[in-house]
Design a protein around this ligand. Structure first.
Ligand SMILES: C[S@@+](CC[C@H](N)C(=O)[O-])C[C@H]1O[C@@H](n2cnc3c(N)ncnc32)[C@H](O)[C@@H]1O
Length: 263
């Protein structure tokens, strides 16, 4: 399975929190409809630094619990610290999304956000595993990017555009599908679930100064894969530093959830 390529700087953790804010504003009613209600058992698989896990824990209180699963111990440690700070009922689990070790057939809701695009060739295997975790009537909830709809608004330095082109090529060579978003419904129905919701949205994002996004976060991995040099990184860094105004971009994501049949 392709290694996860992003590294977690403070700016990246802040980016996850901004994304989680925006996701909660847009999707809170969907989270609830899918099963994040008081008392529920929820798993957030590929939880990263836990920005969404703690929000799910708030929705499931009192009496509920969230299992936050990730294969990256650094991300999990940040999730643990965040949950402790917020007093959230979150259990952290270090495991792969294809074999979480969580008890089968017991969850009201299993969520997987922005993970499939990093797991080329294993998407169905992951969704099949998650489908086995939910109880009859429980939901598997997927959110992921579809880069076909991604746009940046000028002025963007050409070097920053080049970084993003290189990032797409990096994922392509790893076998990842950055257009997985528009296929989420099929992954769920192929796992034997009944589709309840499938829509896409575009978030208009004006990142605060210093926040550079996933392509920049993957720079070391791109160097390791021979797709970028130290000179490229220095050039991209200089281009970001020289940018004066906010770089508005239009971030596409799709969400689908589906329920395990009752019988
Ligand atoms: C882009 S982050 C998304 C984090 C979180 N779901 C969110 O939306 O804020 C992807 C996370 O999934 C984890 N991940 C990727 N592939 C994984 C896999 N096969 N098994 C477990 N974790 C995985 C990474 O370690 C990373 O923390």
């Amino acid at each position: 399975m392709a290694d996860y390529a992003l590294t977690l700087s403070d700016a990246e953790v802040a980016r996850y929190r901004i994304m989680a804010d925006s996701a909660e504003r847009a999707e809170r009613h969907l989270w609830t409809d899918a099963g994040a209600v008081p008392g529920a058992r929820v798993a957030d698989v590929g939880c990263g630094p836990g920005a969404v896990s703690v929000r799910l824990a708030a929705l499931t209180a009192p009496g509920g619990e969230v299992w936050a699963v990730d294969r990256d111990p650094q991300a999990l440690a940040i999730a643990r610290a965040l949950a402790d700070k917020e007093g959230a009922a979150v259990t952290t689990v270090n495991a792969p999304a294809t074999a979480t070790g969580l008890p089968a057939g017991t969850f009201d809701l299993v969520m997987l956000r922005h993970v499939l695009a990093h797991n080329g060739g294993h998407e169905q295997e992951i969704v099949d595993h998650l489908a086995g975790l939910v109880r009859p009537g429980g939901s598997v909830y997927l959110t992921d990017v579809d880069a076909a709809y991604l746009r940046f608004r000028a002025p963007i330095d050409p070097a920053v555009n080049e970084l993003h082109d290189r990032y797409r090529e990096f994922h392509r060579r790893r076998g990842n599908d950055l257009e997985i978003g528009a296929k989420l419904d099929r992954l769920l129905t192929a796992a034997g679930l009944e589709l309840a919701y499938f829509q896409g949205r575009i978030d208009v994002v004006n990142p605060p100064p210093g926040m550079r996004g996933p392509a920049w976060a993957a720079r070391d991995a791109m160097v390791e894969d021979g797709l970028a040099s130290a000179e490229d990184i220095a050039r991209w860094d200089a281009a970001y530093n020289a940018m004066t105004g906010p770089a508005t971009f239009f971030a596409p994501s799709f969400t689908a959830y589906a329920r395990r049949p009752e019988s």
